[in-house]
Design a protein around this ligand. Structure first.
Ligand code: A2P
Length: 350
């Protein structure tokens, strides 16, 4: 008998939260109930789901009663506060924050790469960092054929990674500049419109920012390759919602461009965008709203006989966050990895 599931979105009013709502509808996730949770700020507001207005509630101690799956995207401190309570209430939490990603008891899952890891969950599954998800989808198919020894990445990250208010801030800044005014910055440390700056996450004593270290450590965990050498430079750019990345890969043996192209053209979650005659390659404007990671400019590294270069763009809110989380939820359902699935006709429908 078909089963359906009670789902809660924690952070439903945010950039990722609203995308989660859209994807659950678009992908026809088997829902029997959908609960929208946020802070007191937006409690009492409504969001549309399948043409119906759903109430946004403030997250509370009883909010997870009877819930099977929590899709959390409300920041690290909110996840740390509420995810353990949701697990005690019987739910499996798919957490989009960085709170639990490096916890050895928490699987860190990109379904195209390590779907198997989801089975090892103890109530929480972490959704990786957005730049890491996009890079993993693009380079893992090559790693499977010939292990990657070293990755050097440079990212060009959109405002959406800092949430809905950050996206709004960039638009307001752009308007201000176009009207000859001085832009102000609240979410970001500096104006981002018509500007760029190294990623605004905290720096460590070696000079790496948190975002860069996420790419290093999370990629190793997802690939189950603790010795994989990864280094990154992460940069914020005045793009609204898709991230771009320049990736240099080093292998033990030469990896032919033709073979890499052939492998990536058949890999899940990837679309090759390479029109060399028109100089048309992945762009954030074309990646926005797409499920696939767009990959192109695959070429030999002129400086290294075993090196490859590639360029990618991916929708940060979608595959970089919400879509990956919904795919994990689908995996839990397909593989029967939830704690207490209940038959559809035992529940009220949404
Ligand atoms: P709210 O609308 O009440 O502020 P974004 O990443 O786009 O900034 O969105 C963050 C999401 O997380 C929003 O839905 C926001 O809700 C929610 N949120 C932020 N802080 C809390 C909190 N302390 N408790 C519950 N939800 C929170």
């Amino acid at each position: 008998m078909a089963q359906s599931y009670r789902v809660a979105i924690l952070g439903a009013t945010g950039a990722v939260g609203t995308e989660l709502l859209e994807l659950l509808e678009k992908r026809n996730f088997p829902l029997s109930d959908l609960k929208l949770l946020a802070s007191a700020r937006s409690a009492g507001s409504h969001l549309l789901f399948k043409g119906e207005k759903l109430l946004v509630e403030e997250v509370s101690d009883r909010a997870f009663d009877g819930v099977d799956i929590v899709l959390a995207s409300a920041g690290g401190s909110t996840s740390r506060a509420w995810a353990p309570k949701a697990v005690v209430a019987g739910a499996v939490v798919i957490d989009n924050s960085s709170a639990f990603r490096m916890d050895p008891t928490v699987p860190l899952v990109v379904p195209e790469v390590n779907a198997y890891a989801a089975a090892e969950h103890c109530g929480i599954i972490a959704n990786p960092n957005c730049t890491t998800i996009l890079m993993s989808v693009a380079v893992y198919p090559l790693h499977q054929v010939q292990p990657i020894r070293r990755i050097v990445a440079a990212t060009y990250q959109s405002a959406s990674g800092a949430g809905a208010r950050a996206m709004e801030e960039v638009k307001v800044q752009a308007q201000a500049i176009l009207h000859g005014q001085t832009p102000s910055a609240e979410i970001f440390p500096y104006p981002l419109a018509f500007n760029l700056f190294p990623h605004n996450s905290p720096l460590n004593e070696q000079g790496y920012c948190e975002e860069e270290l996420k790419m290093v450590n999370e990629t190793r965990k997802i690939f189950a390759a603790p010795d994989l050498r990864v280094t990154a430079t992460c940069v914020r750019v005045p793009v609204l919602r898709a991230h771009s990345e320049a990736i240099n890969l080093e292998f033990d043996q030469p990896f032919s461009v033709a073979q890499a192209r052939e492998i990536l053209s058949q890999a899940p979650g990837i679309k090759l965008v390479e029109d060399w005659s028109a100089n048309h390659f992945p762009m954030p404007i074309e990646a926005s709203g797409q499920d696939d990671v767009l990959v192109g400019r695959i070429r030999q590294d002129l400086s290294h006989p075993c090196g490859l270069e590639l360029w990618l763009c991916g929708d940060q809110i979608r595959k970089g966050a919400a879509l990956n989380a919904v795919q994990i939820a689908e995996l839990l359902v397909q593989k029967n990895l939830l704690k207490t699935p209940v038959a559809a006709n035992d529940r009220r429908s949404t």
